[in-house]
Design a protein around this ligand. Structure first.
Ligand SMILES: Cc1ncc(COP(=O)(O)O)c(C=O)c1O
Length: 379
């Protein structure tokens, strides 16, 4: 028998209350019961996003929601500044190009965070940009960018909308949408929410909605103005992912019980303990500005990240992720986004030291776990 532990940076394990509610018979999405649930999830999402704006629940993955953010709040031919430095940051430039935008890629070494100075210089050169896209927590590298400061730079230097991919940041790091004047903020159900993939969340500022009125990109399913009108009536324009919305209500209630501060602090502590553990095992962190959602660690060149990930899964029952693109064989990524606690971190580190030892790496058994325990016990 092998017990499976899902510790990839999404999808993340689904808490029991959410699993049970999804096992029930479906309800009809045009009936009063669904409206009540939508009213609750709308309020919960606003609380989590720290915004007075509507947070739309869209039936799609995170990419769909971000694409909608680009196609609804910009127009063809406009200039979009896409901050790269990882697979997801780079994706938003590709989406812009697919919709005929004039894209300026801000290339960054993978593992590095963007500084406000560098963004300021890009904006000085391109002050006609109408949108800047940033992936707050870059899941492919484990970097957290200084979102608040970068947003301030966008405001000071341009009229561009600041669009933030918060897919592995909302519910993990502070993401004060209104206070930080973020114009478009996106999240996804299979990350911090701990529910199945199927819902993308998007909130937009008044400034962004003003621009939606003149946006000329072709759109139908992702016409957010229609969606906004319907969701304010506790409805969706089309058939929603009903079961996932039911699960959303459960996990939002759990998040509220824990409190926003508790939720963010738990992620901070799990991330710090994981980093201490992998470092004690002799691995090197890729990022100097680490995210709380995922720990990305380089393995010594004599070892293959692919072997480590496979052995973690096959021998230990622990699912982690490897690196992406050029980092496929050199990077492992441990997800600690969602409903994890200290015992989960101990499990993943215990499994990792066993695998590294089996592969012939010089590790002292128990050292990774001990380093994490020191963090949890505040020593
Ligand atoms: C930061 C970030 N952005 C975007 C995505 C893409 O989201 P999805 O796969 O839900 O479309 C992911 C998924 O891993 C992500 O971590």
């Amino acid at each position: 028998m092998k017990k499976m532990h899902l510790m990839a940076p999404g999808p993340t394990p689904v808490p029991e209350a959410a699993r049970l509610v999804m096992a029930r018979q479906l309800i009809h999405h045009r009936g009063p019961q669904f409206k009540e649930i939508m009213a609750e999830t709308r309020a919960g999402l606003k609380w989590l996003f720290e915004t007075e704006s509507e947070v739309l629940s869209l039936t799609c993955s995170g990419t769909g929601a971000f694409e909608a953010g680009i196609t609804n709040f910009t127009s063809r031919g406009e200039k979009l500044i896409a901050v790269g430095g990882g697979k997801f940051g780079e994706r938003w430039g590709k989406v812009g190009r697919a919709f005929g935008m004039n894209v300026v890629d801000v290339e960054l070494e993978w593992g590095k965070a963007l500084t406000p100075e560098r963004l300021g210089a890009v904006l000085d050169e391109h002050d006609d940009a109408t949108m800047v896209t940033l992936t707050a927590s870059e899941t492919s590298t484990g970097v957290f960018h200084p979102v608040e400061e970068l947003g301030r730079t966008v405001r000071e230097k341009s009229n561009a909308l600041f669009a933030v991919d918060g897919i592995t940041a909302v519910g993990v790091h502070k993401m004060a949408m209104d206070k930080w004047e973020i114009d478009v903020l996106v999240a996804g159900s299979q990350k911090a929410f701990g529910i199945p993939p199927g819902l993308g969340f998007l909130a937009a500022s008044d400034r962004a909605w003003e621009r939606a009125a003149s946006s000329d990109h072709p759109k139908f399913y992702f016409d957010l103005q229609r969606e906004l009108k319907r969701q304010k009536e506790n409805q969706t324009a089309f058939t929603p992912a009903i079961s996932v919305v039911l699960a959303l209500r459960e996990v939002l209630a759990m998040m509220k019980d824990e409190g926003r501060q508790g939720l963010l602090e738990r992620h901070r502590l799990n991330a710090e303990a994981t980093r201490a553990g992998v470092k004690a095992l002799g691995l090197t962190l890729l990022s100097e500005q680490p995210a709380r959602s995922v720990t990305a660690a380089l393995v010594p060149s004599a070892f293959s990240a692919r072997d480590i990930v496979a052995r973690m899964r096959e021998n230990q029952g622990v699912v982690i992720a490897g690196g992406q693109a050029d980092l496929a064989t050199s990077l492992i990524r441990i997800g600690h986004i969602g409903f994890f606690d200290s015992s989960d971190i101990v499990v993943v580190l215990g499994a990792l030291e066993q695998v590294l030892g089996d592969l012939g790496m010089d590790v002292e058994m128990g050292s990774g776990v001990a380093a994490a325990q020191e963090v949890f016990s505040g020593r």
